[in-house]
Design a protein around this ligand. Sequence first.
Ligand code: SF4
Ligand code: SF4
Length: 56
Amino acid sequence: MAYVISDDCISCGACAGECPVGCISEGDGKYVINGDECVSCGSCAGVCPVGAPAEA
Ligand code: SF4
Ligand code: SF4
């Protein structure tokens, strides 16, 4: 299952630099994960200050 970023995201950008496959990008009002590329490593969730990324 891929990770998904919730609306709690404050667009700090921390997660994008941690993703090993580079599948996180800045979207409209929050960051978004390309679920087709996500390998569910959990790194994004580990660095997010507001707990926005979670396994869907
Ligand atoms: Fe990237 Fe891992 Fe987060 Fe998926 S779970 S978006 S691969 S950092
Ligand atoms: Fe949004 Fe969390 Fe990623 Fe920051 S680390 S951009 S708050 S999902």
